[in-house]
Design a protein around this ligand. Sequence first.
Ligand SMILES: [Zn+2]
Ligand SMILES: [Zn+2]
Length: 417
Amino acid sequence: MGVANDSDSDFEEITNINDKMNHVQAVTVVETTLDENSKCVNNQIKSNITKRNVFKDSNNNVQQITKESLNVDSSKQTSTNDEDDQPMEYTLLGFIKFKSPIKWLNTVSIILIHLIFIFGFFTYPLYGKILTTLWGFVVGGICGFGVTGGAHRFWCHRSYKAKLPLRIILMLCYCTAGQNTLYDWVRDHRVHHKYSETDADPHNSNRGFFFAHVGWLMLQKHPEVIKKGRAIDMSDVLADPVIQFHQKYFIPLKILCCFILPTIVPVYFWGESWYMAFMSQAVLRYLFSLNFTWLVNSAAHMWGYKPYDRRINPVENVAVAVVAMGEGWHNYHHVFPWDYKAAELGDYKLNITTFWIDLFAKIGWAYDLKQPSEDLVRKTVQKYGDGCHSVWGHGQSENIHAPVEAIPAPGEENLGY
Ligand SMILES: [Zn+2]
Ligand SMILES: [Zn+2]
């Protein structure tokens, strides 16, 4: 509880600081933190902002959460990394070749936790305490909703609008998944959509299943990923106080929501042993959840049908749709990334995230849900689809080599992701 109380007061403080920052001239990074000539900012505020609202993203770029930074061209943000100069090929033991150097800490951690996962999976008594198993599914659903409904459909693609209570719920659900910061997640995914299957794609599926699934987390990013990532406009994300709070308390929130709370509940409410509670929640549920998310980048870019655009790698994959709560309709999603359903049809069985968003829409916490007209979908299917669409199949493309671009939302500029 102490953490929650501290967090509330700090959250208000961040908001206050940012309100005061309305008077500060444009700045983006720590080296140019404040305009020295500004008469509206005292030294105390200046030091608070410098200490509290600056962070490094996973690309090692310095980012600052200020309203002023939102007005600055993100492509001009400075960077402290020098990865642009990396050579293009690395070898391990003289014969395994990589395009980028290995991140050893990530690699060892990922291998180790998967070994524990395999041990836990084959020794787990599924019916030992059925409530513990069911609890794993409940927590899995919570973190799945945070990733799909929050990080993906809301913060990354802005496919619907959400009021503050829902944004807080989405952020907490996302923390339960134990993934990277929301800032990094959104930036990487926007780059993925804009530069799919190129060197600038963080999990370029042309580099094979393993790389697209998990290998990309074990290697340094390709210089193109970092370069293009810097140019992505993240001002909308930085402006959200919920994201600012998440960024500030990322580690404690992740440990609390992903590991501590899910483990404590079975022990205190139905007398589960600490070992089984930890193994079922912090290892099995966590690893299943991570791998289900990764399948969207790997399997859903490789195996399945392309009823909406046969020129691109993303596919419709039912299995991924089931385990990733509706994110397996990936051919459709890459063509209409701004559709809040991330699929043509809102079949809740294979798209549970859509069910939850619709539910929140009924109480007004989710609104402005975007989706294309039936006519637009039909024309797209007939022009670019592979012919397997259940209603409008057998479309013939006359323009198969045309550059692939996501279709812009009606009345809006093409976001490019
Ligand atoms: Zn994709
Ligand atoms: Zn997406």
